[in-house]
Every structure is written in structure tokens, then in C-alpha cells.
Design a protein around this ligand. Structure first.
Ligand SMILES: [Zn+2]
Length: 546
């Protein structure tokens, strides 16, 4: 059978046919009706949501004999639809990013349109254009001939220089909702006389993650794959979806702290050839859905059956726990893209999620406050508090206040993009703990990491500057080593008061079963009891100073 390319066949031919983006279509259509034109437009937003389509529609609206309407019948409309017009030029910013290309474009601008009224330049991926080339373009934008319109399309508007931005009418495109995508797919498939189930379309819409282009291309594949009968099973096979039950089982195991069972599931998933990134994304979706349920927010991605199931599962977690789990999982998802051993990374994350965990910053904060009474137990929040700086850190730079943890994550991301795996290994082990006077204090778990950070300090600072556009210094510190002390006296019976859960991972590792349940070998002295108030743990031995 012939390969249908739905995205091309059903590309919107006028503003009314565009799905979603009403805020753009309405404003554009109205301003054209009022005769308000801009020599330059900037269309920004995620990929596959209709920026280039909208640019072509704008070109038609400017040139149609019924302008600002689009008739789709006049020669201008037909030329633009077929892509044969010499006056509507689509330029790929990625391959024409240099100053020479932009100069050639500038020379071309001088010539009046050959057949149409308006000459329209659509520059896709405009953020790829170099700084010098943007400067050359700016001259044209400052005094454009009346017959010229530029439309810049980009996924990264923050990379467009402010001088260019200020000369553009800026429209920000949104991701499409699941319902918008399903609605469009239903409409198109009905017109194509293809059988489908709504569950199947929901999975396609979810996998497309807000991009209509991706949804249509998945639909193309599903039509061929399923022989024009798009069932849930067909889509599930096509997308390599794990059965929903596998996800429910993992969540239940996390709630019961059944690490062993979860590691067995991961092993099976790997052996069955499933993609771990896709699996992790599925897990993120599940926990996000549970968070929304626990906050009472409506989620159109779920079927009625899924809602009931997830509502039950979410009773095992409070919102703070779900947020912590999502933080760990999204970070893992990011790291999975560049790690050489996905399985280990995912296993560590799942175990971490299931383990009670206290943030070291919380303990450090308590060290600075007056000593707590030795008899009163104190609760440690089970949630990392990196994004909530302590009182003493109030002098942080406003823009970055509380965001230094994210800054560190951005750094990891950039290192991943640059494939600097050695530095990733070092940076990943380091924890940012405070950000004062543009200095980011980071704690290194050992000498190796500390030396690594010192060696790469200028590289890291340069990258932090690229991310934040601020001069940021890093101040690495080595975490003091916690070593068990040799004992000379015989072990005494246990009299220590039980320390509150959760326990701190002093060594940065995961406490083993044995460490968690073994009783203290030595009765602690008063001084040690005080230490225990800050650092809950087990005492293996104690050595008195003479
Ligand atoms: Zn027309």
C-alpha cells in the first residue's frame, strides 16, 4: 500500500484549520485585518507545533488577492501552497548560519518580488545564525523595504539577540494538549477511512508529547504496522510500550521498599529488549499522574481505569514524597541519555527512591542552630532541601536564589551535550550546598573528586557563566571523612536510645540491610549521644582519649 504522509496531506491551509495556537491565529488574523504589519515576526515554541505552517499561512495572508483572507484559489495562494513561489523563501538557519549567507540574503532583499506583492523570508531554526550574521541581518531589519517580511522560527528564542527581538512581533507557540491531538487524529483517520480505537490514539498522543507532527508521523507508522486497523495492542507493540501493570508493580514495590523485586523487574525489562529511557519516562509519567491526583488536579492523559488504579497507589505517598521521587527520576532520565550503563543508573535510582533519605544540608543547618536536648528526638524531613536555602544564605543573588541546585543540573546537562564523560563522573558526585556572593560552595565526597574539581575549576566556571550569564566562582570543599574508631574495650550491652528514621547516608552509599537493623555494638557516652542527635546512625566502636 502507498505510504500516507498525513502531516503533509492534512497541513492546515488557512488560520481556521490550525489546531491549538488560537492565541496566535486570532492575534495575527486581527492585526492583518486592521492593517497592522510588522517587517519581522518571531515564531517561537517547541518543535512540531506548527510554526512553519503558520509562517506559510502568514505568507499567503499577505499575498492572497483577498488579503488578509486566504482563498487558496488565487495564483499567489496556489504558488505558496505548492512551494514553487520565488518570492516566499524558506531558509534553514542551521545550514545558512554564517555571515556570507546572510550577506547574500541581504543583497537578495534589494530586489522587488517577481510575482507576489510581498516577499517573505521564512528562516527556520533562526537561533542557529551566528552573532556576526545577526548583525548583518539587523541592518536589513532596521530599514526594510516595504515589500519585505521576515519570519523567524525558533525553538530557542532566548538565543536570539535582543536587538533582533525588539524588531520582531513575537508569538510564542504552545505544546498541543492530548485532547487536541486525539481530536485531530480522529478527524483525519475518519476521513482516511481507517479503523482505530480511542485507547490507541491516546497512546500515540501521549508518545508525541505535544507535537502534532510527531503524532501524525506515529500515526503514519501505525496505519502501515496495523494494516489500517489501529488497535491498542498494535500501538503498544509499535511503541514498545511496557504493559501498564509493570509500572503499577514497580510503584507498589517502591511503597513496600521491595528493592529486590524491582531490580528483578528491571533485569527482565532489559532482557526483553525494552528501551530503558522510554521505561523511565513512563515511570515519570506515572508518578506525575499520582502527584496530580494527590493534589486534586484533573489529568486528561488518563483513562478512567488508570485513574482508579493510580488513586489507590497514590495513597502510599504524600505529595512531598512524590515530588522527591520525581526529582530523582527526572534527573535519572536526563542522565540516562549519556551514561554508558543505563541499567545500573536506573537500579541505583529505584533503590534510592525506596530508601528513606535525609539531606545533608538539613543536618548542616541543624549544626548551626542551638544544640537540641539529648533526650528529645528530632524529626528530619524526608525530602532534600537544596531548593530551600537556609536563613543565613538570604544574601544570595536574587536571580539565582535557591536555584543553584538546578544550576548544577544544567551543568551536568551541558557536559552531557559536550560528551565530557570524565568531568560528568566528577561533577555528579559533588553536591552544591550554598550560593553566596556569586560563589557556589560545593561539597566533594573525597580527595579524588576534590582534586578533579580543582583541576577543572576554570572549565566549570566558564560553563556556569554560559548557563547563567553571570560570573560564578566555585568553592569546593572536601567532606570530612567519617571513620570508625578502633576499640580496645569489650562491647557493652545496648542502652542507646533509638534514633529517629530516616537515616543519613554518611558514606554516600545505600545502607545495607545489615547496617539498618544491626544494634549498636557499644553504649555511647554523653558526648557521642550529642553527636547522634545531629547524625543519626549506629556506633560500631568507641575509643576514649587518654
Ligand atoms: Zn488567495
Amino acid at each position: 500500500m502507498s505510504n500516507i504522509v498525513l502531516a503533509r496531506k492534512y497541513r492546515p491551509q488557512n488560520f481556521q484549520e490550525v489546531v491549538g495556537q488560537q492565541h496566535v491565529t486570532k492575534t495575527l488574523a486581527n492585526s492583518l485585518k486592521l492593517g497592522i504589519y510588522s517587517p519581522a515576526y518571531l515564531f517561537s515554541g517547541p518543535r512540531g507545533v506548527g510554526k512553519t505552517t503558520m509562517a506559510r499561512l502568514l505568507a499567503k495572508a499577505l499575498n492572497c488577492v483577498k488579503s488578509p483572507q486566504i482563498c487558496n484559489e488565487c495564483p499567489a495562494c496556489r504558488e505558496i501552497t505548492s512551494g514553487s513561489s520565488l518570492d516566499v523563501l524558506e531558509i534553514d538557519g542551521a545550514s545558512n548560519r554564517g555571515i556570507d549567507e546572510v550577506r547574500a540574503l541581504r543583497d537578495n532583499v534589494k530586489f522587488a518580488p517577481s510575482t507576489l506583492r510581498h516577499k517573505v523570508y521564512i528562516i527556520d531554526e533562526a537561533h542557529q545564525i551566528t552573532g556576526a550574521a545577526f548583525n548583518a541581518l539587523l541592518k536589513t531589519l532596521e530599514e526594510p523595504p516595504a515589500y519585505i517580511t521576515f519570519i523567524l522560527a525558533t525553538t530557542e528564542p532566548h538565543k536570539i539577540p535582543a536587538t533582533i527581538l525588539s524588531r520582531c512581533q513575537h508569538y510564542n507557540f504552545h505544546l498541543l494538549t492530548i485532547d487536541q491531538i486525539i481530536g485531530t487524529l480522529k478527524d483525519i483517520l475518519t476521513r482516511e477511512k481507517i479503523i482505530f480505537s480511542e485507547d490507541a490514539l491516546r497512546e500515540i498522543a501521549k508518545a508525541a508529547r505535544g507535537s502534532m507532527r510527531d503524532a501524525l508521523s506515529l500515526c503514519d507508522q501505525a496505519i502501515v504496522f496495523s494494516n489500517r486497523n489501529i488497535t491498542y495492542q498494535a500501538v503498544s507493540d509499535l511503541l514498545g510500550l511496557l504493559p501498564q501493570e509493570a509500572f503499577y508493580q514497580i510503584v507498589e514495590n517502591i511503597a513496600q521498599q521491595e528493592n529486590k523485586k524491582n531490580l528483578q523487574i528491571i533485569e527482565k525489562i532489559v532482557n526483553d529488549g525494552y528501551d530503558l529511557i522510554q521505561f523511565s519516562q513512563g515511570l515519570v509519567d506515572i508518578f506525575r499522574a499520582m502527584l496530580l491526583i494527590s493534589l486534586g488536579v484533573e489529568n486528561p492523559e488518563l483513562t478512567a481505569e488508570q485513574k482508579i488504579h493510580l488513586a489507590n497507589l497514590s495513597k502510599n505517598f504524600n505529595p512531598a514524597q512524590l515530588i522527591r521521587i520525581l526529582q530523582i527520576l527526572t534527573r535519572t532520565l536526563d542522565e540516562l541519555h549519556w551514561t554508558t550503563n543505563q541499567q545500573i543508573l536506573l537500579e541505583i535510582s529505584l533503590v534510592r527512591i525506596a530508601e528513606p533519605y535525609a539531606a545533608i544540608t538539613e543536618l548542616l543547618k541543624r549544626l548551626e542552630s542551638p544544640a537540641p536536648s539529648t533526650t528529645k528526638t528530632q524529626q528530619i524531613p524526608a525530602q532534600p532541601t537544596f531548593s530551600q536555602p537556609a536563613e543565613s544564605e538570604k544574601s544570595e543573588t536574587a536571580a539565582l536564589s535557591g536555584d543553584y541546585f538546578r544550576l548544577w543540573e544544567e551543568l551536568l546537562k551541558i557536559l552531557g551535550q559536550k560528551r565530557n564523560y570524565t568531568l560528568i563522573q566528577i561533577v555528579r558526585q559533588v553536591n552544591p550546598v550554598s550560593f553566596v556572593n556569586n560563589t557556589l560552595k560545593v561539597i566533594c565526597p573525597g580527595k579524588f573528586t576534590y582534586d578533579g574539581i580543582i583541576r577543572n575549576q576554570s572549565t566549570i566556571e566558564q560553563l556556569l557563566k554560559e548557563i547563567s550569564r553571570q560570573d560564578i566562582k566555585i568553592s569546593p570543599e572536601q567532606k570530612s571523612l567519617v571513620k570508625p574508631i578502633e576499640t580496645t574495650s569489650a562491647p557493652k550491652p545496648v542502652t542507646a536510645e533509638k534514633t529517629p528514621e530516616p537515616e543519613l547516608e554518611l558514606t554516600g552509599g545505600i545502607p545495607t540491610e545489615e547496617e539498618n537493623t544491626a544494634p549498636d555494638l557499644v553504649a555511647p557516652s554523653e558526648a557521642v549521644k550529642k553527636v547522634l542527635n545531629y547524625f543519626p546512625g549506629k556506633i560500631k566502636s568507641e575509643n576514649k582519649l587518654k
